[in-house]
Design a protein around this ligand. Structure first.
Ligand SMILES: O=C(O)CCC(=O)C(=O)O
Length: 268
Protein backbone atom coordinates (compact mmCIF):
# COMPACT_ATOMS: atom_id res chain seq x y z
CA UNK A 1 0.00 0.00 0.00
CA UNK A 2 1.35 3.47 -0.83
CA UNK A 3 1.58 5.70 2.14
CA UNK A 4 1.52 9.49 2.22
CA UNK A 5 3.21 9.37 5.60
CA UNK A 6 6.31 7.57 4.33
CA UNK A 7 6.48 9.70 1.17
CA UNK A 8 7.29 12.70 3.41
CA UNK A 9 5.97 16.26 3.50
CA UNK A 10 5.66 18.29 0.29
CA UNK A 11 8.97 19.86 -0.73
CA UNK A 12 9.14 23.47 0.22
CA UNK A 13 11.70 25.33 -1.87
CA UNK A 14 10.94 28.66 -0.27
CA UNK A 15 11.87 27.81 3.28
CA UNK A 16 9.08 29.17 5.42
CA UNK A 17 10.60 30.36 8.68
CA UNK A 18 8.39 31.80 11.41
CA UNK A 19 10.09 33.69 14.21
CA UNK A 20 8.50 35.56 17.08
CA UNK A 21 9.52 38.95 18.46
CA UNK A 22 10.11 40.16 22.00
CA UNK A 23 6.60 41.60 22.30
CA UNK A 24 5.13 38.14 21.54
CA UNK A 25 7.42 36.49 24.09
CA UNK A 26 6.37 39.11 26.66
CA UNK A 27 2.70 38.58 25.86
CA UNK A 28 3.10 34.82 26.23
CA UNK A 29 4.66 35.27 29.66
CA UNK A 30 1.81 37.56 30.73
CA UNK A 31 -1.05 35.53 29.28
CA UNK A 32 0.23 31.94 29.10
CA UNK A 33 -0.69 31.47 25.45
CA UNK A 34 0.14 32.80 22.01
CA UNK A 35 -1.73 32.63 18.70
CA UNK A 36 0.26 32.33 15.47
CA UNK A 37 -1.91 32.97 12.42
CA UNK A 38 0.37 31.22 9.95
CA UNK A 39 2.92 28.57 10.95
CA UNK A 40 3.04 26.48 7.79
CA UNK A 41 1.87 26.32 4.19
CA UNK A 42 -1.53 25.21 2.88
CA UNK A 43 0.19 22.37 0.99
CA UNK A 44 1.73 21.03 4.16
CA UNK A 45 -1.52 21.28 6.13
CA UNK A 46 -3.18 19.25 3.35
CA UNK A 47 -0.40 16.64 3.62
CA UNK A 48 -0.71 16.55 7.42
CA UNK A 49 -4.46 16.00 7.12
CA UNK A 50 -3.81 13.04 4.78
CA UNK A 51 -1.28 11.59 7.21
CA UNK A 52 -3.73 12.12 10.07
CA UNK A 53 -6.41 10.19 8.12
CA UNK A 54 -3.98 7.42 7.24
CA UNK A 55 -2.85 6.96 10.84
CA UNK A 56 -6.36 7.10 12.31
CA UNK A 57 -7.56 4.49 9.79
CA UNK A 58 -5.85 1.91 12.02
CA UNK A 59 -8.09 1.73 15.10
CA UNK A 60 -5.38 0.04 17.17
CA UNK A 61 -3.33 3.23 17.17
CA UNK A 62 -5.72 5.44 19.12
CA UNK A 63 -8.12 5.37 22.03
CA UNK A 64 -11.16 7.24 23.25
CA UNK A 65 -10.23 9.61 26.07
CA UNK A 66 -13.86 10.10 27.12
CA UNK A 67 -14.94 6.44 27.23
CA UNK A 68 -13.86 3.55 29.47
CA UNK A 69 -10.64 1.66 28.66
CA UNK A 70 -10.97 -0.44 25.51
CA UNK A 71 -14.27 1.11 24.27
CA UNK A 72 -14.33 0.95 20.47
CA UNK A 73 -17.86 2.10 19.61
CA UNK A 74 -19.48 5.57 19.70
CA UNK A 75 -16.28 7.56 19.57
CA UNK A 76 -16.41 10.64 21.74
CA UNK A 77 -12.90 12.13 21.61
CA UNK A 78 -10.12 10.10 19.97
CA UNK A 79 -6.46 10.52 20.80
CA UNK A 80 -3.31 9.01 19.30
CA UNK A 81 -0.13 9.37 21.32
CA UNK A 82 3.30 9.68 19.68
CA UNK A 83 2.19 9.65 15.99
CA UNK A 84 5.86 10.29 15.10
CA UNK A 85 6.45 6.59 15.96
CA UNK A 86 4.30 5.65 12.94
CA UNK A 87 5.24 8.58 10.70
CA UNK A 88 8.74 9.90 11.51
CA UNK A 89 8.39 12.39 8.61
CA UNK A 90 6.09 14.43 10.89
CA UNK A 91 9.33 15.74 12.40
CA UNK A 92 10.54 17.01 9.02
CA UNK A 93 7.63 19.36 8.55
CA UNK A 94 7.78 23.13 8.41
CA UNK A 95 5.14 23.10 11.17
CA UNK A 96 7.35 21.04 13.49
CA UNK A 97 10.49 23.10 12.80
CA UNK A 98 8.69 26.40 13.29
CA UNK A 99 6.87 25.16 16.40
CA UNK A 100 10.15 24.01 17.95
CA UNK A 101 11.83 27.36 17.15
CA UNK A 102 8.93 29.28 18.70
CA UNK A 103 8.78 26.98 21.76
CA UNK A 104 12.53 27.45 22.30
CA UNK A 105 12.11 31.23 22.25
CA UNK A 106 9.16 31.06 24.66
CA UNK A 107 10.95 28.68 27.02
CA UNK A 108 14.28 30.55 26.66
CA UNK A 109 15.87 27.15 26.08
CA UNK A 110 18.31 25.89 23.45
CA UNK A 111 16.29 24.37 20.59
CA UNK A 112 18.54 21.36 20.17
CA UNK A 113 18.05 20.43 23.85
CA UNK A 114 14.26 20.40 23.74
CA UNK A 115 12.44 17.09 24.00
CA UNK A 116 9.30 16.75 21.89
CA UNK A 117 6.37 14.37 21.57
CA UNK A 118 3.20 14.55 19.59
CA UNK A 119 -0.44 13.63 19.86
CA UNK A 120 -3.35 13.76 17.44
CA UNK A 121 -6.95 14.45 18.42
CA UNK A 122 -10.29 13.59 16.81
CA UNK A 123 -13.57 15.29 17.64
CA UNK A 124 -16.03 13.42 15.44
CA UNK A 125 -18.83 15.27 13.65
CA UNK A 126 -21.79 16.05 15.93
CA UNK A 127 -20.65 13.84 18.75
CA UNK A 128 -17.38 15.20 20.06
CA UNK A 129 -17.56 15.81 23.75
CA UNK A 130 -16.07 18.97 25.21
CA UNK A 131 -12.52 18.86 26.51
CA UNK A 132 -13.03 20.54 29.87
CA UNK A 133 -10.82 23.14 31.57
CA UNK A 134 -7.51 21.60 32.51
CA UNK A 135 -3.77 22.15 32.80
CA UNK A 136 -1.63 19.77 30.72
CA UNK A 137 0.76 19.16 33.61
CA UNK A 138 -2.05 17.45 35.54
CA UNK A 139 -1.52 14.42 33.24
CA UNK A 140 2.20 14.09 33.78
CA UNK A 141 4.37 12.09 36.20
CA UNK A 142 4.29 13.80 39.63
CA UNK A 143 7.99 13.31 40.39
CA UNK A 144 9.30 16.02 38.04
CA UNK A 145 9.31 19.76 37.47
CA UNK A 146 8.34 20.68 33.93
CA UNK A 147 9.27 23.58 31.71
CA UNK A 148 6.98 22.83 28.80
CA UNK A 149 4.77 24.26 26.10
CA UNK A 150 2.08 22.73 23.89
CA UNK A 151 1.75 23.68 20.22
CA UNK A 152 -1.66 22.89 18.70
CA UNK A 153 -2.31 22.81 14.95
CA UNK A 154 -5.90 22.20 13.85
CA UNK A 155 -6.36 20.52 10.48
CA UNK A 156 -9.59 22.40 9.72
CA UNK A 157 -10.62 26.01 10.23
CA UNK A 158 -11.74 26.12 13.88
CA UNK A 159 -14.13 28.27 15.87
CA UNK A 160 -16.54 27.89 18.78
CA UNK A 161 -18.73 25.45 16.80
CA UNK A 162 -16.13 22.74 16.20
CA UNK A 163 -13.78 23.19 19.16
CA UNK A 164 -11.17 25.93 18.86
CA UNK A 165 -8.89 26.42 21.84
CA UNK A 166 -10.05 28.65 24.72
CA UNK A 167 -7.62 29.94 27.34
CA UNK A 168 -7.84 31.68 30.70
CA UNK A 169 -5.21 34.44 30.47
CA UNK A 170 -2.69 34.46 33.34
CA UNK A 171 -3.85 31.07 34.71
CA UNK A 172 -0.36 29.59 34.15
CA UNK A 173 0.75 31.51 37.26
CA UNK A 174 -1.78 29.82 39.55
CA UNK A 175 0.28 26.71 40.32
CA UNK A 176 -0.93 23.19 39.56
CA UNK A 177 -4.63 22.92 40.51
CA UNK A 178 -6.42 19.77 41.70
CA UNK A 179 -7.98 17.76 38.87
CA UNK A 180 -10.39 14.83 38.59
CA UNK A 181 -11.49 12.48 35.84
CA UNK A 182 -14.55 13.57 33.85
CA UNK A 183 -17.84 12.13 35.16
CA UNK A 184 -15.85 11.28 38.34
CA UNK A 185 -14.91 8.07 36.52
CA UNK A 186 -11.19 7.18 36.69
CA UNK A 187 -11.63 4.87 33.66
CA UNK A 188 -12.07 7.99 31.55
CA UNK A 189 -8.75 9.50 30.59
CA UNK A 190 -9.84 13.15 30.30
CA UNK A 191 -9.17 15.35 33.31
CA UNK A 192 -10.89 18.49 34.46
CA UNK A 193 -9.98 20.99 37.09
CA UNK A 194 -11.58 20.13 40.44
CA UNK A 195 -11.83 23.53 42.12
CA UNK A 196 -14.03 26.49 41.24
CA UNK A 197 -12.31 28.65 38.64
CA UNK A 198 -13.21 32.00 37.16
CA UNK A 199 -13.30 31.65 33.38
CA UNK A 200 -15.01 35.00 32.74
CA UNK A 201 -11.85 36.39 31.11
CA UNK A 202 -11.51 33.38 28.79
CA UNK A 203 -10.23 34.01 25.29
CA UNK A 204 -11.33 31.86 22.34
CA UNK A 205 -8.73 31.40 19.61
CA UNK A 206 -10.48 30.70 16.29
CA UNK A 207 -7.96 29.87 13.55
CA UNK A 208 -7.85 29.54 9.81
CA UNK A 209 -5.98 26.56 8.35
CA UNK A 210 -2.23 27.01 8.75
CA UNK A 211 -2.48 28.74 12.13
CA UNK A 212 -1.50 27.31 15.53
CA UNK A 213 -1.72 28.14 19.23
CA UNK A 214 0.93 27.74 21.93
CA UNK A 215 0.20 27.35 25.63
CA UNK A 216 2.14 26.94 28.84
CA UNK A 217 1.80 23.54 30.61
CA UNK A 218 -0.16 25.23 33.43
CA UNK A 219 -2.44 27.43 31.33
CA UNK A 220 -6.10 26.53 31.84
CA UNK A 221 -7.55 25.64 28.46
CA UNK A 222 -10.56 23.85 27.01
CA UNK A 223 -12.23 23.04 23.68
CA UNK A 224 -15.96 22.79 23.05
CA UNK A 225 -17.75 19.78 21.57
CA UNK A 226 -17.89 19.61 17.79
CA UNK A 227 -21.39 20.66 16.72
CA UNK A 228 -20.61 20.64 12.99
CA UNK A 229 -21.13 17.97 10.31
CA UNK A 230 -17.39 17.43 9.80
CA UNK A 231 -14.80 15.84 12.08
CA UNK A 232 -12.39 18.24 13.77
CA UNK A 233 -8.82 16.96 13.55
CA UNK A 234 -5.77 18.37 15.31
CA UNK A 235 -2.07 17.64 15.58
CA UNK A 236 -0.35 18.82 18.77
CA UNK A 237 3.25 18.69 19.92
CA UNK A 238 4.64 19.17 23.39
CA UNK A 239 8.09 20.75 23.71
CA UNK A 240 9.95 20.58 27.01
CA UNK A 241 13.31 21.07 28.63
CA UNK A 242 14.36 17.74 30.19
CA UNK A 243 12.06 17.38 33.24
CA UNK A 244 13.90 17.85 36.55
CA UNK A 245 13.37 15.26 39.33
CA UNK A 246 11.70 16.75 42.42
CA UNK A 247 12.67 16.00 46.00
CA UNK A 248 8.95 15.52 46.81
CA UNK A 249 6.44 14.58 44.09
CA UNK A 250 3.51 16.97 43.59
CA UNK A 251 0.46 15.04 44.84
CA UNK A 252 -1.74 14.00 41.91
CA UNK A 253 -4.20 11.58 43.49
CA UNK A 254 -6.28 11.53 40.28
CA UNK A 255 -3.42 9.68 38.56
CA UNK A 256 -3.38 7.10 41.37
CA UNK A 257 -7.15 6.65 40.87
CA UNK A 258 -6.55 5.97 37.19
CA UNK A 259 -3.76 3.45 37.87
CA UNK A 260 -6.04 1.62 40.30
CA UNK A 261 -8.92 1.58 37.80
CA UNK A 262 -6.55 0.28 35.10
CA UNK A 263 -5.28 -2.51 37.38
CA UNK A 264 -8.88 -3.48 38.20
CA UNK A 265 -10.17 -3.36 34.60
CA UNK A 266 -12.09 -6.45 33.61
CA UNK A 267 -12.27 -7.59 37.26
CA UNK A 268 -15.70 -8.27 38.72
O1 LIG B 1 -7.68 19.04 20.63
C1 LIG B 1 -8.37 19.33 21.62
O2 LIG B 1 -9.60 19.41 21.56
C2 LIG B 1 -7.71 19.61 22.95
C3 LIG B 1 -6.22 19.49 22.92
C4 LIG B 1 -5.54 19.91 24.19
O3 LIG B 1 -6.13 20.15 25.21
C5 LIG B 1 -4.09 20.03 24.14
O4 LIG B 1 -3.47 19.76 23.08
O5 LIG B 1 -3.50 20.43 25.17
Amino acid sequence: MTSVATAGPPRNDDVFVVEIDEAQVRRFHEQGFLVIDRITTDEEVAWLAEVWDELFADRRRWFDVARPFGALDDVSVGQMLFPEKYAPALRQTTYFQNARRIAAALLAHEQSQLEAWGHMVLKPARCGRETPWHQDESYWEPGFDYHAIGAWLPLEDVDGDNGCMCFVPGSHRSGLLPHRHIDHDPRLHLLEVDVPIDTSSRVAAPLRLGGATFHHARTLHATAANRTERPRRAFANEFQAPPQPRREPIPKPWLDDQKRAWAERGAG
